[in-house]
Design a protein around this ligand. Structure first.
Ligand code: F6R
Length: 608
């Protein structure tokens, strides 16, 4: 949510800053801008809209300099416009910011009384004026920067140019991520490792409350108490090709089609494909745990909702699941010594991160399933398990979700084995099914024309209903979320058995109903709910398998069928998630919406 980049270079930086912003555009695309400092002058170039607008503004009026900062915005305070675009600049200071300065109104009022003139509606502009004000009072640039940090409440990753300090960049982190990279006579900063990937692999993460002064040759770090500290430099290798579409029309489609590989790498990092035995990187004592609280947001939350079924049915461990933004303020009493498990693609979602901090304070063992190594959650958790999805750029999460489910399934097996509720033979069967997932996903991906056909039915709809029972219920919710976010069709995922308690009133010819009915202990009941839809004149499309098809044909239910492979308790939700992704993708294509950058959204939600 907002991306920032900075280069202290030994050659011109402006075009490289824009190139860096291209790798960050998934974090926000309302407006973008860059600023450079050259021969004691601040130069700025900003534009409303996506990066192409900034590129053309820069092409017609280039700016120069070897030191610069850049920003891509997801609007919080103030509409998307050029005047609200970062960097926010005074005669002395240029600022880019990711986060929210919560006490900005109070600071702004005081600064206006002192004669500062504000031009934007953003919270960030108070940062510019606060530092300028301290400079006007005669403080040195470093002291003005340090003093200003004490004034800000809320979350920030900040990068600041100060006119009188050539070759110097001031940065700070509280609540929003910031990474420093070291190259050959150059230093870089960015919101994540991906933006720095083509420039350097030598990275150093600021800790919470840290600030730093950077020059092209070195970085000096300070902790929140102002003490000089060393922060370790790590070698982090990220494939910058992940930020290209690799021949696909959209990142989302590329990422959907990467799932066989991503799931294979994830599963095989946890289960030995030869012995079919688990080989987890860390040893969780599941016997010491009486209840797990699982917390996440959005799509990642739906993976906790699937895992609840698995852990309770297979490992016999009670699980509570919660949305992070609700969990944080619910004051839920957690059992002393319990476990809290967090799921996140980015590892930076502020609600999930804050929930994790709260769980730690409540003496919980914290476990995270995360896709971005070295992200805030990865570094904070007691135990980390990595999904091997690789960078996910499409705003709608796809491969990260199926990889999260693969990790959670394996953790459930680990718990069940250690708790003595799963025999060796059963464990091996489950392991084989998980190891076979990549082949099954590959097969599902080959049936594109089936999903394109269903998309034609969804295209004119204003609303859609997704129904499922058991582990298919969270997949129904995930399918509905995917459809909403990229095609803008209103969709609801409902427990099929709950439909008769309200939503059945909505059934008509105009609202397609997607029914998920793999052969499992819930299937017959789900098919009865499908009958209820048909009986009321609804249009239904049923995703089911050979056995489901036989039932539907025997009962002569007039419904469109998309036939899936036969699945098992652990593989069904993972496999049924894939056609839901493709269905929303093709529907969005037919409706002409922006698949990779849907309106109002951004990936990596670092504001509350
Ligand atoms: C939906 C989607 C979001 C994220 C949510 C959590 O397609 O991508 O709902 O799942 O914002 O993000 P992470 O997993 O990064 O914590």
């Amino acid at each position: 949510m907002c991306g920032i980049v900075g280069i202290l270079g030994n050659k011109p930086v402006a075009q490289r800053l824009i190139d860096g912003l291209k790798r960050l555009e998934y974090r926000g695309y309302d407006s973008a801008g860059i600023a450079t400092l050259e021969s004691g002058l601040l130069h700025v170039c900003r534009a409303q809209g996506k990066l192409v607008a900034l590129q053309s503004a820069f092409d017609s009026s280039p700016i120069i300099g070897n030191l610069g900062i850049g920003h891509t915005r997801w609007a919080t305070h103030g509409v998307p416009s050029e005047v609200n675009a970062h960097p926010h600049v005074s005669s002395k200071v240029a600022v880019v910011h990711n986060g929210i300065i919560e006490n900005y109104a109070h600071l702004k009022e005081a600064l206006i009384k002192k004669g500062h003139a504000f031009v934007s509606q953003t919270d960030t502009e108070v940062v510019t004026h606060t530092i300028t004000d301290y400079l006007n009072q005669g403080l040195s640039p470093f002291d003005a920067f340090k003093a200003s940090l004490k004034d800000f409440h809320g979350a920030y990753a900040l990068a600041i140019l100060i006119k009188d300090t050539p070759d110097t960049l001031f940065v700070a982190r509280r609540g929003s991520p910031l990474v420093v990279g070291f190259g050959d006579g150059e230093t870089y900063i960015g919101s994540d490792a991906l933006v720095l990937a083509p420039w350097t692999k030598q990275l150093c993460y600021l800790e919470e409350g840290d600030y730093a002064i950077l020059t092209p040759e070195k970085a000096m770090f300070y902790n929140e108490y102002g003490q000089s500290v060393d922060r370790p430099i790590k070698t982090i290798s990220i494939n910058a090709d992940a930020v290209t579409k690799g021949g696909y029309d959209h990142f989302m489609l590329k990422e959907i089609f990467e799932q066989p590989t991503a799931v294979k790498e994830t599963v095989e990092s946890l289960i030995d494909p030869v012995s079919e035995r688990l080989k987890l990187p860390v040893d969780v004592d599941w016997n010491a745990i009486t209840k797990i609280t699982m917390v996440a947001c959005g799509t990642s939350y739906f993976s906790t909702a699937v895992a609840k079924y698995w852990f309770e049915m297979i490992a016999k461990l009670p699980v509570e699941v919660d949305i992070a933004s609700e969990f944080r303020y619910r004051e839920s009493p957690l059992p002393k010594g319990g476990a809290a498990l967090f799921i996140s693609q980015s590892g930076e979602t502020i609600d999930t991160l804050e929930a994790m901090k709260q769980a730690k304070e409540m003496d919980q063992t914290t476990i995270v399933v995360v896709n971005v190594p070295e992200s805030s959650m990865d570094r904070l958790a007691d135990y980390s398990f990595h999904t091997k999805a690789g960078p996910e750029i499409g705003v709608a999460s796809t491969k990260a979700f199926t990889c999260q489910l693969a990790v959670l399934a394996t953790l459930c097996l680990d718990a069940a084995i250690k708790r003595g509720v799963l025999s060796d033979v059963e464990a091996k069967e489950y392991a084989q099914q998980l190891l076979n997932l990549p082949n099954e996903i590959y097969g599902i991906l080959q049936k594109e024309s089936d999903y394109q056909q269903v998309a034609e039915t969804l295209k004119p709809a204003r609303d859609a209903l997704y129904l499922g029972r058991g582990t298919s219920f969270p997949i129904a919710m995930e399918g509905a979320l995917k459809l909403k976010e990229i095609s803008y069709i209103h969709a609801e995922g409902y427990a099929a058995g709950e439909m008769k308690h309200g939503p059945i009133a909505l059934i008509d010819q105009l609202m397609p109903v997607i029914v998920l009915a793999p052969f499992d202990k819930w299937m017959v009941k789900t098919l009865s709910n499908l009958q209820e839809v048909i009986a009321r004149g609804g249009i239904a499309i049923c995703f089911t398998d050979r056995i489901g098809r036989e039932h539907i044909q025997k009962d002569q239910i007039p419904t469109q069928i998309v036939e899936m492979p036969m699945t098992h308790l652990m593989t069904a939700p993972i496999l049924y998630a894939v056609p839901m992704q493709l269905l929303s993708y093709y529907t969005a294509l037919l409706r002409g919406t922006d698949v990779d950058q849907p309106r109002n959204l951004a990936k990596s939600v670092t504001v509350e």
